[in-house]
Design a protein around this ligand. Sequence first.
Ligand SMILES: [Fe+2]
Length: 285
Amino acid sequence: MAEVITAEQLTARIAEYEPSRSTAERVIAVIDRDDVGAAELATVAGTDPVLVERIMRTANSIVFSGHANVRTLQHAVAVVGFETVRSLALASFVEGVTTVRRQDWQRAVSSAVGAASVARRLGADAQLAFSTGLLHDIGHALLESLDPTYQEVLDPYRGTPLTAASEAALLRAERSRYGLNHAVIAGDVLAYWNFAPDVVEAVAHHHTPKGSLSRLHAAIVDGYRLAHALASGVELAAYREVSDVLLPEYLPETTLDEVAAEIEERSRALLEDLFGVSSVGVGDA
Ligand SMILES: [Fe+2]
């Protein structure tokens, strides 16, 4: 069994994420300035070919523009928004220091699309919901970098449709093994990287939403839960009753089918654009 993670170990591991003169560092530093424009951000992001490709493909996906006509990086940055560029930059950097599985990327994309779709219904910022959804489970990669057997903890959760009990069981298993859960770790990493407090809160408590939530937080929670349900092949008509994890006070039942159709269509399109695959099933994770 892996040892409980100490505060010192976690701090040291998070410090490994601190970029040194990397593109990610420059991208994030530029975004943190109030006076930055799309042209300057595009110039900085343009030094990383992988990042450029992801920004361009995302901008040209149905999620943002609906038709492929974004030809310059500057235009793409304006279309996807600065926060999505920040998320893609951090994700690329994390890929450089630990393992981010293809399946994790696919789940991240579906959750991001789900969060954006829900955000539109709730009147929340859809761009910010997309970028936050993209990173909400980055704690999985971090835990796997600390413990190569972490997938054994994750497998039972991934192999079943989401319920309140399955989410609680995952958090319990992580806490008993490491002393922390992946959501709290992800929140710490994002705080360390100067993500906004409402983003940090939504990520740190994406499995434990309590009380009155911000619209962004509600969009992240319902977004990843719907994306998970769709990947599990769950019939949405009965999902609210069986899952006990959606937030009825935020997302009206009448919009569920509509949101689900949007998530399926847009996730498929973006996954094809980014990876050349259209879906990821529960068994793939
Ligand atoms: Fe999670």
